[in-house]
Write a protein that binds this ligand. Structure first.
Ligand code: GDP
Length: 426
């Protein structure tokens, strides 16, 4: 049985915490898209961790962590992240890397930086992890699969060919130092040695495991609104953030994904540029940012302050619908206990017309939020573990959101720790 844990918003919804929690019952946890460009914060018995590439199930002995074929694999980064776990006594983990995963090359990272420099004020706010150049090359069919590292002759040939191509851009477009094919080849051989112990046909392993009735979790990165097709294009990421892509990025049949948990944040936050209808500014935003997450709302990878906003029911309902959510985990609700009133964006006004369905980016840029104001509950809800023990006004907020989302809220996260969760009957 396969469960997907995916974001319904702009990312940073707390998927890492939910995955870490649900991985208790999982045999495999799989990353299926993205790379080391966004992070998950996890707080458990080993301490606090920021994972970027490894799946959040890595803290359990009984789970196998898989980097699926859909991921942008930065090999030195993977090794560094594994080392950081070993350093903190998270030992002997079972890690597998798909032999079909493609490799983030050193020049992808350089091109990411050079392109952002070239674009100046029109940049995409990239985390400069090489993700956009990586996926561009993958689909231009000039990427490197992990499996290619093991055929030395063909590898050298391809490296020379790619360097020729890349050097034209480096010389004439970016005016930057050129690549040396011998050096790049040596680097790739060192990557081969680093990754070799983990390489496997992970698709076959997962499909066999499913036949034996094992439990698999797919862990998404970012959220619906950063999906290249259904997000706020072009201010999106370069791989699909949708549960549907989980089947491809993990190499399993689509019908195996039976349960899709959309993680929805109780307010809005976003990193990078792009349309954000319910965004708030000034002192109001600063206060929510300071109180948000477990130590304020700052990017796990970049440390950038996140943009803040009220709950956007239009975007979140769409976010759940495009994920095909079967249930919702509503997260970071505890943070809102200081507010007298909670505005919820229930519609967009575009050219004098009110709409309830999330539009394309060009229309979105004209949208003004329509708010409904709900009363705050004005108290601490951390430590509460039963739904009925929550203050009535807090339950009203949850139930209001549930109605807007049109998907049952089955989990409410009221603190960053693994067991700070309230389960609710469907
Ligand atoms: P992800 O990328 O979706 O896993 O999300 P991040 O880890 O980037 O961001 C979520 C942040 O919220 C992290 O700092 C978490 O520790 C924190 N967090 C998750 N759930 C809760 C919660 O219910 N309450 C509070 N206060 N913080 C939470």
């Amino acid at each position: 049985m396969v469960k997907a844990i995916v974001g319904a918003n702009w990312g940073d919804e707390g998927k890492g915490k939910i995955t870490d929690m649900l991985a208790e019952q999982a045999d495999f946890v799989v990353r299926f898209q993205g790379g080391s460009n966004a992070g998950h914060t996890i707080i458990n018995q080993y301490g606090k961790f920021a994972l970027h590439l490894l799946p959040s199930g890595v803290f359990y002995n009984h789970t196998t962590s898989i980097i699926g074929n859909g991921v942008a694999l930065n090999i030195p980064y993977l090794i560094k992240e594994l080392q950081s776990l070993t350093d903190r006594n998270v030992l002997d983990r079972k890690i597998l890397v798909s032999d079909r995963a493609q490799i983030v090359m050193p020049y992808h990272i350089l091109f990411d930086q050079y392109e952002e420099e070239r674009l100046g004020g029109r940049s995409f706010g990239s985390t400069k992890s090489g993700i956009a150049p990586f996926y561009s090359d993958k689909y231009a069919k000039i990427g490197f699969q992990v499996s290619e590292l093991f055929d030395k002759e063909a590898l050298l040939d391809k490296v020379e060919h790619i360097c020729e191509m890349k050097n034209i851009l480096l010389e004439h477009m970016y005016h930057k130092p050129l690549l040396n094919s011998k050096e790049l080849y040596e680097t790739l051989l060192s990557y081969r040695d680093m990754v070799e112990p983990y390489v496997a046909d992970t698709s076959l392993i997962l499909q066999n495991a499913l036949k034996e009735g094992k439990n698999v979790l797919l862990e998404g990165q970012l959220g619906t609104l950063k999906d290249p097709d259904f997000g706020i294009y072009p201010m999106v990421t370069s791989s699909s953030t949708l549960a549907a892509y989980g089947a491809i990025g993990a190499g399993i049949p689509p019908y195996e994904v039976k349960d899709i948990i959309a993680v929805v944040k109780a307010y809005s936050s976003a990193v990078g540029a792009g349309e954000f209808v319910s965004e708030i500014f000034g002192e109001e935003a600063d206060e929510l940012r300071r109180r948000g997450g477990d130590e304020g709302e700052f990017g796990v990878t970049t440390g950038r302050p996140r943009r803040m906003g009220w709950f956007d029911a239009v975007a979140s309902r769409y976010g759940c619908r495009m994920q095909g959510a079967t249930q919702v985990a509503l997260t970071v609700l505890d943070v809102l206990g200081y507010l007298d009133e909670l505005p919820v964006c229930v519609g967009y006004e575009i050219d004098g017309k009110v709409i309830k369905e999330f539009p394309t980016t060009s229309l979105l840029s004209k949208a003004k939020p329509i708010y409904e104001i709900l009363p705050g509950w004005k108290c601490e809800i951390r430590g509460i573990s039963e739904y009925d023990k929550l203050p009535e006004k807090c339950r009203n907020y949850i139930e209001f959101i549930e109605k807007q989302l049109e998907v049952p809220i089955t989990m409410i996260s009221n603190g960053p720790k693994r067991h700070e969760i309230i389960h609710r009957q469907r």
